[in-house]
Design a protein around this ligand. Structure first.
Ligand code: HEC
Length: 237
């Protein structure tokens, strides 16, 4: 025999619960659709990392330094001052990527060539320039020892421009006033904090949406059954 209570109780709460489940389901499916349509990949032109930097209309000492860096230092220290890294060498044409090949800059260079050291340190970035106490010490080193293959050949003015550029790129100098022997010793070269690693944002995928949807429906069924079970014994109104 069927319980008449059950028959009476069935429609209303179950309908409400199914309604809730369906609403939630639509919500989940909508979110899923919005997410899958979201990442619009727009084509951005790859900048030429080896291109000469452009001079602004009112160039600062550091802007001139950028030009000098590009022509005299970049080939060894990298386009971002990162050093002669594998990643930077990839920007060169395939035949020039192995800087240490004999005949080029290897152990037996061509007549005007020179041997490139196995390691060229970074001069821009978190751990860069730590052996220099201040801007004056950095300038003196550049003037006396760089570029590596022709040390001591830089003009005095060029040394200051390069120093101003390196300080600016390392966030140690805003280049608003001229850098020279009157202020350089006061500009300390401090340890820069490492660049924080970006935390990846996890976007729920369609699979987890489906699991959530199924969990909601299951929950609705369980709650519905519980409701029926509780109301079972109650007398009919
Ligand atoms: C032929 C490759 C080469 C070129 C070109 C070159 N460097 Fe270097 N540079 C090196 C090497 C190798 C070292 C490491 C020398 C050492 O530690 O004795 C170095 C070291 C330095 C350092 C010291 C880094 C540190 O923390 O120890 C600075 C600053 C520097 N270079 C600036 C410059 C500037 C500015 C130019 C451009 C005028 C330049 N370099 C051009 C190869 C080069």
């Amino acid at each position: 025999m069927e319980n008449p209570d059950l028959v009476n109780l069935f429609p209303k709460p179950i309908l409400i619960l199914i309604g809730i489940a369906l609403l939630t389901a639509t919500l989940f499916l909508q979110t899923g659709r919005a997410q899958s349509g979201a990442p619009q990949i727009t084509a951005t032109p790859t900048p030429d990392r080896l291109a000469q930097p452009t001079l602004p209309s009112a160039p600062s000492q550091a802007d001139f330094g950028a030009q000098e860096f590009w022509s005299r230092c970049l080939p060894c220290h990298g386009d971002r001052g990162q050093g002669l890294t594998d990643e930077f060498r990839e920007t060169y044409p395939p035949e020039d990527r192995n800087c240490w090949l004999s005949g080029c800059h290897g152990t037996r260079p061509y007549p005007d060539g020179w041997t490139i050291p196995a390691f060229v340190p970074p001069i821009i970035g978190a751990q860069a320039l730590q052996r220099f106490q201040n801007a004056q010490a950095l300038r003196d080193y550049i003037c006396a020892s760089m570029p590596y293959q022709w040390p001591g050949t830089l003009e005095d003015e060029t040394c200051w421009e390069l120093t101003a550029f390196l300080l600016r790129q390392n966030g140690l100098w805003d280049a608003s006033v001229e850098l020279n022997e009157t202020n350089a010793a006061q500009i300390a070269i401090l340890e820069l904090p490492p660049t924080p690693t970006p935390v990846p944002i996890v976007i729920a995928d369609r699979k987890s949406d489906l699991i959530a949807l199924m969990a909601t429906i299951l929950m609705a069924i369980v709650l519905g059954s519980l409701f029926i079970f509780i109301n079972r014994g109650k007398p009919k109104q």
